[in-house]
Ligand binder design. Sequence first.
Ligand SMILES: *Cc1c(COP(=O)(O)O)cnc(C)c1O
Length: 438
Amino acid sequence: MIQAIKTQTQTQTQTSTAYFKTLKCKECGAEYELKASNVCELCFGPLEVKYDYSALRLTVTRETIQAGPNSIWRYRPFLPVATDNVIDVGTGMTPLVRSHRLARRLGLNKLYIKNDAVNMPTLSFKDRAVSVALTRARELGFSTVSCSSTGNLANSTAAIAAHAGLDCCVFIPADLEAGKVLGSLIYSPTVMAVQGNYDQVNRLCSEIANTHGWGFVNINLRPYYSEGSKTLAFEVAEQLGWELPDHVVVPLGSGSLFTKIYKGFNEFAELGLVEGKKVRFSGAQADGCSPIAEAFKQDRDFIKPVKPNTIAKSIAIGNPADGIYAVEIAQKTGGNIESVNDAEIIEGMKLLAETEGIFTETAGGTTVAVLKKLVEAGKIDPDETTVLYITGNGLKTQEAVQGYIGEPFTIDAKIDSFENALERSRTLDRLEWQQVLV
Ligand SMILES: *Cc1c(COP(=O)(O)O)cnc(C)c1O
């Protein structure tokens, strides 16, 4: 509490030291000033934020982190923002839950669940990246922010822009789940529902970004935005008692989250905040959109774009920007990238709910189902400390499970009606329910 107040007073008076220095091309290494840009002018490779690690090493310790706010901003020196005047809506520091019942069901001894289904303010990990992107957008002088989104990103951008008083226009595919559309509209941004899939939405936005002078969090602000996802690595390391896990299982849309968790673990090791070790990185996709899993399985060094067709809409990206980097990381860490079908995704959602009390969306169901598949294939050792990343909330994708989860017993407000229904509930087991509903 005292710390939080102190930070707030500093906000008014002090510009803190920034440790991010340039934007660097991941392909050719060309460096650029810290502007709103995501592509190398020389080779069209993606740009990434580069830090001064020797300066960071001199100031950041476990203690300075622990003395920070109870949000992603405790890791502020690792994030690409220049002042302490950050947009802090309580994003981050979500629970890392030790799994007992799911772990037993799968035959794992040390399974943890990082639960971003309860992240703030909009119940997905995207709030992390957007808190960083909009703080940076404000520093760069943007008054309108935007994004191309599979749903969750639009929710985060709209909510956090509302909090910060920024104008907001979000772009989504027109066929998204009702909860994801409503979850943007409530904050009163302009919502453009595009007749097309995410990849078409994204292409349109890339054109608009060049003409309207808006800050697109996942396009011209992408280098800053994507860094916010590193906090999912930092928190897990801190919550495990300053140790790295042995294995992580992460959903893959564009592949950005996957690569940034990897970067986050490496930064902590590089600075001596944790002991370095090889963390195995495994990724999860849906069969109906698995360009990264396909490239991994065929040992290719390029991604073949696909046309998505799956209920896991939040990860339905047919032409994933960071796909190839995700393949490289899975390869060099001894991980795997797998995909599962829509029925398995629904089973994954139900399994997590009934074993752990966590209601995740389709992307989470995909990750649970892939974890199960990897364990059954002997690709996760039962004694590895494994972290399952749950990135979104099931209340946003209710359509996916409707018809698969039974129905309430409707009864009269009378004891015998209740007794009668209780009797029926005891004879009707789960499987029968499913048959009844089919
Ligand atoms: C966006 C999203 C992902 C995928 O993130 P990428 O960085 O695009 O790979 C995973 N889960 C949920 C819930 C998402 O909204």
